[in-house]
Structure formats: structure tokens, C-alpha cells
Design a protein around this ligand. Structure first.
Ligand code: UD1
Ligand code: CA
Length: 479
């Protein structure tokens, strides 16, 4: 935050149609690494200036007022007639007592707040009517060219590409679309901008000429092209900016102790948190509010959305959504945690395990193509291959409660609502329709209750560490 940011009004232009995006969605709501591009511009303004930014929108981009309600104030530009008209619309609703106006473009999302501070300082130092950021761009295509006096010391004019002469098109210094203005001067002069004879648009950079007339300096903060001032007008530029941002995000994580085997193929949203010694293999996608604990390895092809994963876990080619995973858990390959799943410490979920809206306590094993939905599963329970909680009766979902140390045989159908007590067992292929008390064995279709044989009881105490000496027939695979 600059020392005296109180009198600065940040204005963010977001009323343009964004026609080159060829989209039904307003351009500034298109996402970069999981966040709408306007969110980044709001952040940059907010880091520097305490006052709420004023976002200019039009009927075509009215969705921004919903997405950013509370984070900004809004000014309506009835029709997107050009950037000068957008600033006019902002000033029409701006509060009194504003000394300076910082104008940002909603489609230049990677702008950095320290650059804004520099721009403001520069304007103040020269008491300029207008300060702008100019970039020596490798590719000036489509952008406004900065025309200077012969000795190069003065900015004389900014010419839009479509209005430029061939000589002007050769200029490689471009206008970044980021400005600081003397507010009093801006209020006085903004109404004087006339529409371009070529495009009919009211151009904000036309103000440069008025400053000349008023003998007020126009200063420019010249920077080299580092990708952070790229404007996004079409989807190809959107992808380029995303690559730029991805590189920034990935570098930040790597410097903080995260291993990325191939950072160019690692997709981490801006909002994701990673602890040191996390390892991300290629083609991992981490989205939203995901947090990954120290020492956890995320294998190729995993997609993790809004999920907290603990420390020392191994997640392998799996999809995890809106769930929680405690420490030292192994998941995958090819498992799916659907929303509201919670996996206890040291649990193991294997090939084609699907879990939804369920809690699996510590040490649960669910290795092979099975579905656990709307269930609670007690610690150390073994979910046999092909086990399914039949939680849906065609109209309603029902709950299944499974105790500790339960052994579910292969292909068990658990017809909910259902409760299995601690140490209960089911035989392979059983269709369990009635509750199974603690320690009892359910067998058959529909399942009948029996007392298990003693050898089996030994197995229940520790289903993994001590394999049963004699297994009931058809118990099936458990590794
Ligand atoms: C603009 C500049 C150009 C500069 C480039 C940098 C003008 C005339 N040109 O061109 O010199 O090199 O940015 O990226 O300013 N907007 C409104 N209302 C409108 C029109 C636009 O709010 O009536 C908003 C858009 O939503 C966008 C921003 O202003 O966020 C810039 O508009 P855009 O049409 O993209 O301008 P460029 O052609 O990129
Ligand atoms: Ca633009």
C-alpha cells in the first residue's frame, strides 16, 4: 500500500464486449488458473490502494456485478462506446475528494501492484496530468503505439493499430492500458474526447493530446515485456497468459520446496496451497481450495478439486473432489472420491474404488472396484472386491453404517439402510438386507446370519497383518 493511497480511486474497465473471445461469457470472467481474470486485477489494486475499486460494466457484462459483489463498487456504462466513455461513466458516480484516478483494464490481468505504485509515484513527482505504462513489446500486433517526439523524450500521441500509418505501425513501444491521472484534470477533460473518425470509439489515450494543449506533462513508465502486461483479447492470448501465470505459480511453489517433475505439465490453480516436499508428477491438475500436506506424492493423471490431502500420502491417477484425506493414505490408481468424502489415516483405496459422501475411518482398506456411498466405515474394516452399498432405492438415498474390523467378502451387496456391528463378516456374493450384529457372519442371497468359526475371529482382530489361517470359502482377493 502506498503511503498516501487514500485519495486514489482505482477504476477497472470491464464493460467491453470482448467480441474477439467469441463467447457468451463476459471476457473478464474467463478464467486464468481457476480464477476470473478480473479477480487478479482487483487483487493488484487492492494490494496497493485501500479504497474499493470502481468497476465499469455494461449490460452485456452485468454478470461481473454478481461475481464480485462486495469486492468492488460498480459504474454502469450504458453502451460500450470506448475506453474514454467508460472512464466518463466511472467519474459520473465517483465520490468527491478524489485526488488521483488509477485506470486499469480488466483484460490485463497479470499487472503487478508494485508497478502501479511506481506509476503513481512517477505521476506525482512530475505533477503530470497523465502517467501511462509503455512496453517494448516483441509483438505489438493489435495494440496502441506510443508516438514520441524526435528526441524521444516526449510522448506525443497514442495511435491505435487500426488508425495507424505504416510508419507508426513499425513502432514497437506500446500502451499497456494502465494509467494514473490527476483527478481534477481528468474530470475537466474527459468530456472533450471525440469519437475516432475511423472506429467511432472514444479512446482514453486521446487524452495525451489534451495534456499537450494544457502544457501539462504526460509521463510514461517504460518497461520491458515480461508477459505481465499482456492484454487478453482472444482465446489464444488467454492461453498464453495462463501459461505465463502457471509458470509464476509453479516457480513460487518450487522455490518453497515443492518438486515438480515437469513444471510445464503441472496445472496448479492460483488458490491451491502446497506444503514442502510435495511431489507433483506430470499431468497433475490441482484446483480451487485444494491443500496438499508435506511429503505427499501426487501421481500422473490425478485431478484434485477443493480437497484437503494430508501428509505423507500417495495419490495415484485418481480424481478427488470436495473431500478430506488424512495423513499417510494411499489412493489409486483410478479411484474417485466424490464430494463430502472423508478418508482416515493410513486407509488404502485401490483400483477403481469409488466413495461418495462417506467417512472411512483409519486403516480401512478398499482395494478393488467397489462403491461406498452415504456410509460410515469403522477403522480397519476390509471392503472386499466388488462390494457395493446399494444406497439408492429408486427414490431415496439411505445410509449404511459399518463397524470396526468388519470383513466384507467379495461382491457383497449392502442394501441400505443397514448397520453392521464391529467385527461382522459377510460371505462372497452375499446380498445383505438386514442388520448384522457385532461378530456375526452374513451369508447368501438374501443373507442369513451365522456365528463365524473361531479361525475367522482371529482374522477379524487384524485383517491385514495376520491373514486368516483358513478362509471361509469364496472370501476372495484382499491384497
Ligand atoms: C486498449 C488501448 C490500447 C492498448 C491496449 C492494451 C484504447 C482505445 N486502446 O486497446 O492503446 O494498447 O488496450 O491492452 O484504450 N472497455 C470498457 N468500455 C468500452 C470499451 C472497453 O470498459 O467501451 C474495457 C474493456 O472491457 C477492456 C478494456 O476496456 O477491459 C480495454 O478495451 P479493449 O477494447 O480490449 O481495448 P484494446 O483494443 O485492447
Ligand atoms: Ca484489450
Amino acid at each position: 500500500m502506498t503511503e498516501t493511497s487514500d485519495g486514489i480511486l482505482p477504476v477497472i474497465l470491464a464493460a467491453g464486449l470482448g467480441a474477439r473471445m467469441k463467447s457468451h461469457k463476459p471476457k473478464v470472467l474467463h478464467e486464468l488458473c481457476g480464477r476470473p481474470m478480473l479477480a487478479f486485477v482487483l487483487d493488484a489494486a487492492h494490494e496497493m490502494i485501500a479504497r474499493k475499486p470502481l468497476v465499469v460494466y455494461s449490460p452485456a457484462t452485468a454478470a461481473v456485478t454478481e461475481v464480485f459483489a462486495g469486492r468492488a463498487d460498480f459504474a454502469l456504462q450504458a453502451e460500450p462506446l470506448g475506453t474514454a466513455d467508460a472512464v466518463r461513466a466511472a467519474l459520473a458516480v465517483a465520490a468527491d475528494g478524489i485526488g488521483e484516478v488509477l485506470v486499469l483494464s480488466g483484460d490485463v490481468p497479470l499487472v503487478q501492484s508494485d508497478l502501479l505504485a511506481e506509476l503513481i509515484d512517477m505521476r506525482r513527482a512530475r505533477n503530470a496530468a497523465m502517467a501511462l505504462v509503455s512496453v517494448h513489446a516483441l509483438d505489438p500486433e493489435g495494440l496502441g503505439r506510443v508516438v514520441r517526439s524526435d528526441d524521444g523524450s516526449q510522448v506525443l500521441q497514442i495511435v491505435e493499430q487500426r488508425d495507424a500509418t505504416p510508419d507508426e505501425l513499425d513502432i514497437d513501444e506500446i500502451n499497456a492500458g494502465v494509467y494514473a491521472f490527476d483527478a481534477e484534470w481528468l474530470r475537466r477533460r474527459i468530456g472533450d474526447v471525440k469519437p475516432s473518425p475511423v472506429s467511432g470509439e472514444y479512446y482514453l489515450p486521446a487524452l495525451v493530446t489534451f495534456a499537450m494543449q494544457d502544457h501539462r506533462p504526460v509521463v510514461s513508465l517504460e518497461v520491458e515485456d515480461d508477459g505481465t502486461l499482456a492484454g487478453i483479447n482472444d482465446r489464444a492470448q488467454l492461453a498464453e497468459a495462463e501459461a505465463e501465470l502457471r509458470a509464476l505459480i509453479n516457480t513460487r511453489h518450487m522455490l518453497a520446496g515443492v518438486t515438480m517433475v515437469d513444471p510445464q505439465r503441472t496445472y496448479v490453480d492460483a488458490s491451491v496451497e502446497l506444503e514442502p516436499d510435495v511431489v507433483l508428477e506430470p499431468d497433475v491438475i490441482l484446483r480451487g481450495s485444494t491443500v496438499i500436506g508435506a511429503g505427499t506424492r501426487i501421481g500422473s493423471g490425478s485431478q484434485i478439486i477443493d480437497t484437503k490431502v494430508g501428509r505423507g500420502c500417495l495419490i495415484w491417477a485418481s480424481v478427488l473432489e470436495s473431500s478430506e484425506v488424512e495423513d499417510e493414505v494411499q489412493i489409486g490408481p483410478f479411484s474417485h472420491l466424490r464430494p463430502k468424502s472423508s478418508i482416515g489415516r493410513k486407509a488404502k483405496l485401490g483400483n477403481f474404488a469409488e466413495v461418495k459422501g462417506s467417512r472411512l475411518d483409519a486403516g480401512v482398506q478398499q482395494h478393488h472396484f467397489s462403491y461406498i456411498g452415504d456410509a460410515e466405515v469403522g477403522e480397519r474394516t476390509n471392503v472386499g472386491a466388488g462390494t457395493i452399498t446399494c444406497n439408492y432405492d429408486g427414490s431415496k438415498k439411505h445410509k449404511t453404517k459399518i463397524g470396526k474390523g468388519v470383513f466384507l467378502g467379495s461382491d457383497t451387496m449392502l442394501v441400505a439402510p443397514l448397520e453392521l456391528g464391529d467385527g461382522a463378516r459377510t460371505g462372497a456374493g452375499s446380498v445383505v438386507t438386514k442388520d448384522v450384529p457385532a461378530g456375526m457372519l452374513a451369508l447368501g442371497v438374501p443373507a442369513r446370519l451365522r456365528k463365524p468359526r473361531p479361525a475367522v475371529e482371529a482374522a477379524i482382530d487384524s485383517p491385514r497383518e495376520t491373514p486368516p489361517a483358513v478362509r471361509p470359502s469364496g472370501q476372495g482377493i484382499d491384497e
